[in-house]
Design a protein around this ligand. Structure first.
Ligand code: NAP
Length: 354
């Protein structure tokens, strides 16, 4: 299927971290972007998108849409051949996971894709899923057929009670494939990133990625970090993958976006050369028993079950499909971490130790 780049493209969750970098690329490519946001009147949230549009050859138009309001994506989607559905809450600190995570992720995806069913111009939907739809705990690696997470694997260990964010991403992606199967006009391609790092268009984005990196420099982690393994990918590669998934006719199915098999200690090491002298970058790896004992008291997402099934377990992911089909080249972890941390310094979100 060939996509006509003279048509506008739509992006849901345009105020988000991943969406910001994607929109920058779409505008630079000269496209007209229909940006679906919760509140177009909140000009401070749109400031960085407006700035990007000012210097790019493309154009941005805002539309008021909410994942939980049926019909609210109709205007934004009208005339678009490509829909990028990035909107979904990415937060770990929730009181009511059903209301705060599952409903917007799953019902929101249904809402957007049912709109695609009603919009004759739509030919392809690129859904921002996650590796969270592929695995729940690092211990799941032991159950994979080849000892590595691939696009064939689905998360079977998350639930409303255990890793609810991952569960929300699993349910949303499954919902998307179900809706896609029942029609034959638009194709679905999913992008399944590991933890996304790297500078955002908006240095003050509220994504959990920002909260995590900030903690590497604001003293929260100065006593040390658990040996928690996970995959990491740069936001610039994730954004490029969305673009290539939309405009590469043969792109098909799920794509793991994953730069490096990594861990908290690896992330700290990547920052040490450049920032270790002036900022409280963690230097110690905490023993699992200590994490098991203390972490649940200070961070309610770190349950004992989570620690038992994740700490001291490695993470391994296969990114070969994204390289082969989408032409993605992954930059070194050190470059992503340094650029991200520098943005935190420049925006005064971390201060040097006195
Ligand atoms: P983010 O900055 O928090 O972006 C989330 C976006 O979703 C925001 O634009 C937010 O709008 C929007 N949103 C949330 N609830 C909404 C609702 N009810 N109606 C309309 N919009 C709503 O997080 P992100 O990291 O960019 O995440 C973007 C996507 O990437 C998500 O699907 C996430 O699951 C996926 N992902 C992220 C990572 C990562 O490490 N960051 C990894 C894998 C996958 P407001 O600005 O109005 O709140």
């Amino acid at each position: 299927m060939k996509i006509d780049t003279t048509h506008p493209v739509m992006v849901t969750g345009a105020t988000g971290y991943v969406a910001g970098v994607l929109i920058q690329k779409l505008l630079d490519a000269g496209l007209t972007v229909h940006a679906a946001v919760r509140d177009p009147e909140k000009k401070d949230k749109l400031r960085y998108l407006d700035e990007a549009a000012r210097t790019a050859s493309g154009t941005i138009k805002y539309f008021k849409s909410d994942l939980l309001k049926q019909g609210s994506y109709a205007q934004a989607m009208a005339g678009c051949q490509v829909v990028f559905h990035t909107a979904s809450p990415f937060t770990i600190d929730v009181k009511d996971p059903q209301k705060e995570l599952i409903d917007p992720a799953k019902l929101g995806t249904r809402n957007v894709l049912e709109e695609a069913n009603r919009t004759p111009s739509v030919k392809r939907v690129v859904l921002t899923s996650s590796c969270a739809a592929i695995y729940g705990d690092n211990a799941d690696l032991n159950k994979t057929p080849e000892g590595i997470f691939t696009e064939e694997v689905w998360n079977t260990s998350s639930s409303l009670e255990h890793n609810p964010y991952s569960y929300s991403k699993l349910l949303a992606e499954k919902e998307a494939w179900e809706i896609n199967k029942k029609q034959n006009r638009w194709e679905l391609v999913t992008i399944n990133p590991t933890l996304v790092v790297g500078p955002g268009l908006n240095p003050f984005a509220t994504s959990e990625s920002f909260n995590l990196i900030r903690q590497f420099g604001d003293g929260t982690m100065k006593a040390g970090v658990p040996n928690l393994g996970f995959g990491i990918v740069d936001v610039r590669e994730v954004a490029q993958a969305h673009l290539n998934a939309a405009f590469t006719p043969q792109a098909k199915g799920r794509y793991i976006l994953h730069g490096h098999d990594s861990s908290f200690p690896d992330m700290a090491n990547a920052l040490m050369d450049k920032f270790g002298k002036d900022y409280p970058i963690p230097r110690r790896t905490l023993p699992k028993w200590l994490v098991w004992l203390v972490a649940p008291l200070v961070d309610k997402a770190m349950t004992r079950k989570f620690i038992a099934r994740n700490v001291n377990y490695p993470w391994k992911g296969d990114n070969s499909k994204s390289k082969k089909d989408l032409g993605i080249r992954y930059r070194p972890l050190k470059a992503s971490m340094e650029d991200f941390f520098q943005q935190m310094i420049d925006s005064r979100q971390v201060e040097p130790s006195s």
